[in-house]
Design a protein around this ligand. Structure first.
Ligand code: CP
Length: 341
């Protein structure tokens, strides 16, 4: 049994610093499996339902890959139009039904609170894979895991005492809402929030951070946000969450982070992250593709860390964390040498 056995994962507010340390230690043990150096079948016979009622690439595939790499089977549904929700079925009915089919459920849904609603009606653990502009707790876990790993080899060796700058659409970005809560668990951390006035962090979340004694600085100046930061976490404008019918204009983003900006304002060993997807259209003006060969760019390592983190969570939730090592076997198929890190 582990700290998460039988638990839902709905919000990053449910984790303590000690929980993070246990999850990250297990994720490190999962890395050789994620990198196909060894295989594991500790979840042989278990079934995951991956219910994605909003678009996804990384979360859906990495949850599925994590479960499959532990020997489990994955059943997917994507899009409201392909499920009986399109016929008027409630989330609660869907939840009760699917609990009879599988051992654990991942849900992504466009409405804030949908995962809580879903979890309240089911007998199996539910993981919030993103609820509208609410939260994305497993993304935040892999983000903080990545920050820790990337900082280890640099001047500032840990998130304790570091400066983390979060840039972009802080109002609608669910990864940001979950990340801020986890960052607040680190001692002496400074969180800089760079956005335009209309895209600031929700006031209740900001107030909560300040009440906890976290040093939070809001600014609309990209330069003052980036100067001296140890980690820069860029985000996409969540255009799908704007409601033009309500008269709200799409924001004119001026938070373009490209190689010239990094050279001018960032410390040489800054860590640059982004939860992805990155908007690669010329009009998007966010994290630039011209940084793709830059040594500070951690975005692909970050995305790949989603697999060991989600493996650790599944092993803990299903109570098999202690049995992972005893079920390891050699890999019998071709693995590209670049993966055998
Ligand atoms: N970071 C993330 O949630 O990506 P997807 O929307 O592709 O799952």
């Amino acid at each position: 049994m582990s700290l998460l056995t039988g638990s839902h994962i709905l919000s990053s507010a449910q984790f303590s610093r000690s929980d993070l340390e246990q999850i990250f230690a297990l994720a490190e043990q999962m890395e050789p499996i994620a990198q196909r150096q060894v295989r594991c079948n500790v979840l042989d016979g278990a079934v995951l339902a991956n219910l994605f009622f909003e678009p996804s690439t990384r979360s859906r595939i990495s949850f599925g890959a994590a479960f499959a790499r532990l020997g489990g089977r994955v059943l997917d549904t994507t899009g409201v139009q392909n499920s009986s929700i399109s016929k008027g079925e409630s989330l609660r009915d869907t939840s009760r039904v699917i609990a009879g089919y599988v051992d654990v459920i991942v849900l992504r849904h466009p409405e804030i609170g949908a995962a809580h609603d879903f979890a309240s009606s089911t007998s199996v653990p539910v993981i919030n894979g993103g609820d509208g502009a609410g939260e994305h707790p497993t993304q935040a876990l892999l983000d903080v895991y990545t920050m820790g790993k990337e900082l280890r080899g640099r001047k500032v060796r840990s998130l304790d005492g570091s400066i983390v700058t979060v840039v972009g659409d802080l109002k609608h970005g669910r990864t940001v809402h979950s990340l801020i809560r986890l960052l607040s668990l680190y001692d002496g951390i400074t969180i800089r929030l760079v956005s335009s006035a209309d895209l600031r962090l929700p006031p209740d979340l900001l107030a909560q951070m300040i009440e906890q004694g976290v040093k939070v600085i809001e600014t609309d100046s990209l330069e003052s946000g980036l100067r001296g930061a140890d980690v820069v976490y860029a985000t996409r404008m969540q255009l799908e969450r704007f409601d033009p019918s309500g008269g709200a204009a799409f924001p004119a983003s001026n938070f373009n982070i490209d190689a010239a900006v990094v050279q001018r304002w960032c410390v040489p060993d800054v860590v640059i992250m982004h939860p992805l997807p990155r908007d690669s259209r010329a009009s998007a003006n966010e994290l630039s593709m011209d940084l793709d060969g830059h040594p500070s760019l951690a975005i692909f390592r970050q995305a790949h860390n989603g697999v060991p983190i989600r493996m650790a969570l599944f092993a803990m939730i299903l109570g098999v964390a202690e049995r992972v090592q005893e079920t390891l076997e050699p890999v019998g198929w071709y693995v590209p040498p670049s993966l055998m890190r």
